[in-house]
Write a protein that binds this ligand. Structure first.
Ligand SMILES: Nc1ncnc2c1ncn2[C@@H]1O[C@H](COP(=O)(O)OP(=O)(O)OP(=O)(O)O)[C@@H](O)[C@H]1O
Ligand SMILES: [Mg+2]
Length: 348
């Protein structure tokens, strides 16, 4: 009966998007009204136990249980779901070639130059010729490579939760797409999108509606917690409250921020490195940075990163397109939620 339901729901029907983060799940389901989108439902749920060690799932049971609970809480009955491949499990970049060259050959040559032949059979490679190019006379091609074992295990895990992934998108594309959904007028100059999650910071430089270069940094909110615990000998619960602005055992947020800054400096270095790399390759200057992810909520982060980078820094609003502000941690789920089955752009 699945097709009948689909038929009545119309081809405009969008299925829920589930961001499986390393500290929590985020879900967004959008709906399309003519040419615009609205958020129908959104919600998040933190894992009770540690589910991830880096990219590896170490507690499958807890993950499946949390997915089921979130679905129950939000009263979602859909079996089809849109998910992402974290930047830590994929490769994404854009190459620029003269328009006289064959795109497929260029993609193969490029991939051969960065991964060895044994690794070749372990990844799915996909490419898309972009409708924009930075340099006149050139063609820009987006290339994504995803580890096959990652895809298989993710699909299997979701099956066990009773769900079927119908679209799987790469994380930088999801973050990029929500940015242009919320800021459609910002295509003329490059922007740097930074998602500071629990385990990883995802740095993306986008231009003209597309992500161009990416960098996954293995530092996030968890690294801040570890640093604070080490310096002040606090429990993980206390550190989490301190980080969110509370005074714990006479320790104020201002004092804690001195320690938080150490971690933010490392993140800033990686951001600047990525921006410089983009400039070297495409000869364009990034002027603004948009922050996403739960750690973008840190008090003082906007001013501090502004001082360090000398650029315009602000927090993004992933659900701003629907009049909902804040919720920086919903960037991935927001970007995924406007994908649909058969959406040919979703391949990259
Ligand atoms: N108000 C807040 N102030 C400071 N930090 C916060 C706040 N709210 C959440 N965080 C931090 O944000 C992080 C979680 O963010 P997010 O939900 O984006 O991560 P994730 O998607 O689970 O992780 P990843 O993307 O690395 O897999 C945690 O480290 C948490 O401590
Ligand atoms: Mg995340």
């Amino acid at each position: 009966m699945e097709w009948l339901v689909k038929f009545f729901k119309g081809s405009d029907y969008l299925v829920p998007a589930l961001d499986i983060g390393t500290s929590s799940l985020k879900l967004v389901q959008s709906e399309r009204k003519g040419n615009s989108y609205k958020v129908k439902v959104f919600g998040k749920k933190e894992y009770r136990e540690q589910v991830f060690a880096g990219v590896e799932v170490i507690d499958e049971f807890e993950l499946i249980d949390t997915i089921k609970e979130l679905y129950r809480e939000l009263s979602i009955k859909d079996k089809e779901v849109i998910i992402h491949v974290p930047l830590s499990a994929c490769f994404y970049s854009v190459i620029s070639i003269p328009s006289s060259k064959n795109p497929e050959e260029a993609v193969i040559d490029y991939m051969k130059s960065i991964i060895n032949p044994e690794e070749f059979s372990l990844v799915n490679i996909d490419y898309k010729v972009l409708p924009v190019s930075i340099e006149k006379g050139n063609v820009d091609i987006a290339i994504a490579a995803i580890r096959k074992d990652f895809l298989e295990s993710r699909v299997k895990l979701l099956k066990e939760a009773g769900l079927t992934p119908v679209v799987i998108d790469v994380e930088p594309a999801a973050i990029n797409n929500q940015f242009y959904l919320n800021n459609p007028e910002k295509t003329v100059s490059p922007v740097c999108l930074v998602d500071i999650g629990a385990s990883f910071t995802k740095v993306i430089v986008s231009f003209g509606g597309y992500p161009y270069i990416t960098r996954n940094v293995e530092i996030g909110g968890q690294a801040i917690n570890e640093q604070l615990q080490k310096e002040f000998m606090l429990s993980s619960q206390d550190v989490e409250l301190l980080k969110r602005g509370e005074t714990i055992k006479d320790l104020t947020y201002d004092e804690a921020f001195g320690v938080i800054k150490k971690v933010l400096r490392k993140i800033a270095t990686e951001i600047m490195w990525t921006i410089d790399n983009f400039k070297d390759r495409f000869n364009l200057e990034v002027e603004s940075i948009y922050l996403y992810g739960g750690s973008a909520k840190l008090k003082g982060i906007v001013d501090f990163l502004g001082e360090l980078s000398g650029l315009e820094v602000g927090r993004g609003n992933p659900l701003g397109f629907s009049g909902i502000f804040g919720n920086e941690e919903f960037a991935v789920a927001s970007g995924l939620s406007i994908r649909y089955k058969g959406d040919e752009n979703a391949k990259v």
